[in-house]
Design a protein around this ligand. Structure first.
Ligand code: GLP
Length: 254
């Protein structure tokens, strides 16, 4: 059961639920959006995120697809970010991660999944980003964007210092972000240094934002997102300026 939460005095609708329940609720909302757009004969653009937090949403979406035969054939998927400096088929790329955890299960083919290639050099990354923004505008924007929260308050890879007007671009990862990824990369030196991320402005243009943060390790940054000044020091605070943003926390993160 969702509990109404006093911290909702910020612009964010805060819901405190166990992760599995949050996963079911968000997946149910996404499924309803997919059904409604299909009935209306419209396409649907869904923004996805990597990380541990959205896994419950993804397993529930895969279950709905399987058991309720929900078709995703009119859905275009957009990914929040991608690491750079990898070989094109590196299994640690977010592209490979999304395919293994979600896209194959939902039947979303590569041509309907807008994820930056992970092997772009600086120049190609810049041109990919500007053509991505144009393509997104032609698609009519993102209907619902799923987000996690970095321990430093990043959304996507908009690290502290990322302003409200930033668009999709190549960024350098913060030291703490790289340190948090050490386990998957066999030491800090192996962790990629750069990434492409949707910008803060690009994210805020999505019609709905659903952000999830679970566990004790997110509690301190969640406080700052809810109660600190809105601004680039903690990019997650910009969620408070969105008209339809929900933050799902478990009791440990709240
Ligand atoms: C990475 C991703 C973010 C994600 C964050 C939180 O930095 N770029 O998009 O939200 O990690 O990850 P986790 O869900 O594993 O805590």
């Amino acid at each position: 059961m969702a509990q109404p939460c006093p911290a909702a005095r910020t612009g964010l609708d805060v819901r405190v639920l166990e992760p599995a329940e949050a996963g079911r609720e968000v997946a149910g909302e996404i499924a309803a959006l997919v059904r409604a757009s299909s009935r209306a004969g419209r396409s649907c653009v869904l923004g996805f995120a990597t990380g541990r937090t959205p896994l419950g949403v993804y397993s529930e979406l895969a279950r709905i697809q399987r058991e309720e035969r929900l078709a995703f054939d009119h859905v275009t998927a957009v990914n929040l970010d991608e690491l750079l400096g990898l070989a094109p088929l590196d299994p640690r790329s977010f592209r490979a991660w999304m395919r293994a955890r979600l896209f194959d299960a939902l039947g979303i083919p590569p041509e309907r999944a807008l994820i930056p290639p992970c092997d772009l050099d600086q120049c190609d990354a810049e041109s990919w980003c500007s053509s991505f923004e144009q393509r997104l505008a032609r698609l009519g924007g993102i209907d619902l964007q799923l987000l996690g929260l970095g321990r430093n308050g990043h959304i996507g890879f908009n690290e502290p210092g990322s302003g409200r007007q930033t668009r999709t671009r190549r960024v350098e990862l913060a030291a703490g972000t790289r340190a948090d990824a050490t386990a998957e990369w066999g030491g800090t030196e192996g962790v990629p240094t750069h990434a492409i991320t949707l910008g803060v402005a690009t994210i805020l243009e999505a019609r709905a934002l659903r952000c999830l943060a679970f566990g004790e390790r997110k509690r301190a940054i969640v406080r700052r997102v809810l109660e600190g000044p809105v601004g680039p020091d903690v990019p997650g605070t910009f969620l408070r300026e969105h008209p339809d943003a929900k933050l799902y926390l478990d009791p440990a993160a709240f």
